[in-house]
Design a protein around this ligand. Structure first.
Ligand code: ADP
Length: 259
């Protein structure tokens, strides 16, 4: 009788463990779902008042400029800059939650990559006088893609290259093309990324744990969105990096999606 009894006790013990495990798992999943729902609702709730605020400030800006009130106009300009920063954060939060909920929506149009990249580099040069961006090579080609989303990819890579290279003023962007693909490489000479964390930086909310990196503000959303957009366009993204020497992100896109 003893082995049977022991068996029964063991069985009971195991199924108890199994139930606890199932409860743990479903409780965790529910919590995870609630967190995703919260991010989605929070980003919507934050976006609406921000849009209204931005509109009011733009109108006020125009009125004050007409009246020649220069001091008030420059105060409003710095408010606009802060609002734009906040808006970008909220948009990223919204993108992350859309990806979680099934994906972003994409337009499809012919995009002249060269022109798009030159526009992005011009804008970034204006807002980041601390760094020199060198653009090398050219690709005389159009891609069937979502222009804004592709723009988001390269704006993000360039902004990161600048952000994570304090004191290393040069960032290079190299363009090249083969018969079937175009390649854009963004290289900086900044902090670099430790080897064991290189794959993780494309995960949602992941930030490198190094204290110098942590001192730089960010929420770990940009590269997660970038990787998603590149994947949607049938491309790849990879990173090479050395701590203390810099990082290079290479995006390769097919000339025509679906060919
Ligand atoms: P964020 O910069 O807002 O934290 P990202 O998703 O753009 O989020 O990047 C994820 C992490 O990858 C960053 O927190 C940073 O630690 C690291 N990282 C990204 N780009 C670079 C770069 N060019 N050089 C060094 N580290 C980088």
């Amino acid at each position: 009788r003893l082995p049977v009894l022991v068996g029964a006790v063991l069985l009971e013990h195991h199924s108890f463990q199994a139930i606890t495990f199932v409860l743990d798992n479903s409780a965790r999943k529910e919590l995870e779902q609630r967190k995703d729902d919260f991010i989605s609702m929070a980003s919507h709730e934050l976006r609406n008042p921000l849009t209204a605020l931005k509109l009011r400030i733009t109108l006020l800006h125009r009125q004050l400029a007409k009246q020649g009130l220069q001091a008030a106009v420059s105060a409003l300009c710095s408010m606009e800059t802060q609002i734009n920063k906040l808006t970008r954060l909220v948009e990223e939060l919204l993108d992350v939650s859309k990806i979680q909920a099934g994906g972003l929506e994409y337009a499809q149009e012919w995009v002249e990559l060269d022109t798009l990249l030159r526009e992005i580099v011009d804008t970034i040069r204006q807002t980041n006088p601390s760094h020199t961006i060198m653009m090398r090579g050219a690709v005389q080609t159009s891609l069937l893609a979502d222009r804004d989303r592709l723009g988001q990819v390269f704006t993000n890579l360039l902004s990161n290259a600048i952000k994570y290279s304090p004191g290393a003023e040069t960032v290079e962007m190299d363009l090249s093309a083969s018969a079937e693909t175009v390649t854009v490489r963004v290289q900086d000479h900044g902090l670099g990324i430790p080897r064991e964390q290189r794959d993780k930086i494309f995960e949602r909310f992941y930030r490198v744990t190094d204290s110098r990196q942590r001192a730089i503000p960010g929420l770990g959303m940009g590269l997660y969105i970038v990787a998603e957009i590149v994947k949607h366009h049938g491309g790849t993204i990879m990173v090479e990096s050395e701590v203390g020497k810099g990082s290079a992100f290479t995006v390769t896109l097919p000339m025509r999606r679906g060919d």
